[in-house]
Design a protein around this ligand. Structure first.
Ligand SMILES: NC(=O)c1ccc[n+]([C@@H]2O[C@H](COP(=O)([O-])OP(=O)(O)OC[C@H]3O[C@@H](n4cnc5c(N)ncnc54)[C@H](OP(=O)(O)O)[C@@H]3O)[C@@H](O)[C@H]2O)c1
Length: 344
């Protein structure tokens, strides 16, 4: 068992929503430690969570369906073995609502109020905490009005089991309806140099309503990290093996974009991953990128993005090298795109 020892440095903070929740400017997303990206090393995962907390990361993002509870139990262990100060600072964001099978299949979503209250009871137990800091439905349930799902979370806030309400991959209309029901801290949604769909309608809506963003896939799942190569062999349980952006001609095109970014990164004395994360950080103080590091090495690299400052000329050069919509391939396979309220 690894234990967290050091006492933290502070990282810059950003505030999600109004009146708001202050969190570290970069959060740690722990999904890849339990699911979707092939096998992970448990001890290294826990050491990475400890290193993040010790470095001043306060926001940990998980989902109850990441490894069917595995990820929440991993966080539980990491928090139990963290220094008391690090444990005290940790804020946990949980996604719920995804329905799974024993074999790992996805069979839909359940946003009924009764289901919400069931999901949270299991999550609190698995996490070993008495409240969740941000609770959100992983995908909008098309069969349940969002007012009912958000209303159920608002009752959990009232009861003290949850502190703030979030959304995930919701579109502008749903965001408005949710915000009319209860205060919303943030929308979690994919946002990266090559995933810029939110800029059209969703981001302006969030800004109008005073709702923050926790941005995931800022490295497009490793594709624009600068560490990907066309000959990488993927495990059968790696999501990227099914992702349109990682296949065939699309992959070759997308890796070409990465090479143009590499030149710009080198001119800033940064790595490609740091440039890509710094670009998301530069899009607004209301945006908190979630780092998907599952090793301490990747974590250290990601946190280095906070030292990369991009001025207007840098941003223009990046935009020229990788214009919006320059990626080849959708961000999810077609069946999963259909679940995205944000893409409707
Ligand atoms: N709301 C949603 O629908 C949703 C969806 C997906 C994710 N999320 C959340 O967002 C978090 C981050 O998403 P993501 O993991 O897809 O993000 P990402 O940062 O785009 O991709 C992470 C992957 O990039 C690779 N990588 C290469 N260099 C890296 C570096 N310096 N730092 C970090 N990763 C590097 C790693 O793959 P290797 O380890 O294989 O090298 C890592 O697994 C997740 O953990 C989850 O909490 C939310």
């Amino acid at each position: 068992m690894t234990t967290s020892t050091s006492h933290s440095a502070a990282l810059p903070t950003r505030t999600l929503g109004t009146p708001g929740l202050a969190v570290s400017a970069l959060g740690l997303g722990t999904m890849g430690m339990s699911a979707f990206y092939g096998d992970s090393d448990r001890a290294e995962s826990i050491a990475t969570i400890h290193a993040a907390l010790d470095a001043g990361v306060t926001l940990l993002d998980t989902g109850d369906f990441y490894g069917m509870g595995h990820n929440e139990m991993l966080i539980n262990e990491a928090l139990r073995t963290a220094s008391p100060a690090a444990r005290e600072r940790a804020l946990i964001s949980v996604k719920f609502g995804s329905l799974r099978t024993v074999e790992g299949g996805f069979t839909g979503f359940d946003g009924r109020p009764l289901a919400v209250k069931n999901f949270v009871a299991y999550s609190l137990q698995r996490l070993g905490v008495d409240h969740i800091d941000i609770y959100r439905m992983a995908r909008v349930d098309p069969d349940v009005p969002v007012e009912e799902t958000v209303g159920a979370i608002a009752e959990l806030v009232e009861a003290g089991h949850v502190r703030h309400i979030g959304l995930s991959e919701a579109g502008a209309d749903t965001i408005r309806r949710a915000a009319a029901t209860a205060p919303i801290a943030d929308l979690q949604i994919e946002y990266a140099l090559i995933s810029r769909g939110i800029e059209r309608e969703i981001l302006p809506t969030l800004r109008e309503l005073g709702i923050g963003v926790t941005a995931y896939g800022v490295l497009s799942r490793g594709l624009i990290s600068g560490h990907w190569s066309a000959d990488r062999t993927l495990a059968a349980n790696d999501f990227r093996g099914m992702s349109p952006r990682f296949s065939g001609e699309n992959l070759r095109h997308n890796l070409g974009l990465v090479e143009t970014l590499r030149e710009l990164a080198e001119s800033k004395d940064a790595t490609v991953a740091q440039l890509a994360i710094a670009w998301v950080l530069a899009q607004g103080e209301d945006i908190v990128p979630l780092i998907g590091a599952r090793t301490r090495g990747r974590l250290t690299e990601s946190l280095g993005a906070l030292r990369v400052s991009l001025d207007a000329d840098d941003l223009a050069a990046i935009e020229k090298a990788v214009p919006a919509d320059s990626a080849a391939g959708e961000r999810y396979p077609a069946a999963q795109m259909a679940y995205l309220d944000s893409e409707k």
